[in-house]
Design a protein around this ligand. Structure first.
Ligand SMILES: O=C(O)CC1=CCC(=O)O1
Length: 92
């Protein structure tokens, strides 16, 4: 199942810079692991915003929820999830 996910990152200004940097490093490693195993096939920066659009390819709503909850930046993000279905005009 495919899901379009928008993540808006809102790190509090009073979070110490070293703490923020450590969380971002863990976020990158977590994301890249899921990209390598195929469950996070796309991640794109939204131009001019601290946000991304991502596509997840997972087996269920529950699996997606587990993955999103495991994001180190999860406490500092607003997340919108759009489930995707095959378009009848799609050729691939
Ligand atoms: O910077 C972001 O958009 C948040 C994020 C998600 C995965 C990642 O590596 O950074």
């Amino acid at each position: 199942m495919l899901y379009l996910v928008r993540m808006d990152v809102k790190i509090p200004h009073d979070l110490p810079a070293d703490v923020a940097a450590e969380i971002k490093a863990r976020e990158k490693a977590y994301s890249q692991q899921l990209q390598h195993d195929g469950r996070w096939p796309h991640i794109w920066r939204v131009v001019g915003e601290y946000a991304n659009y991502s596509v997840f390819d997972v087996a269920s709503n529950d699996e997606l929820h587990e993955l999103l909850q495991g994001l180190p930046l999860f406490p500092y993000m607003d997340i919108q999830v759009t489930p995707l279905a095959r378009h009848p005009s799609a050729i691939a």
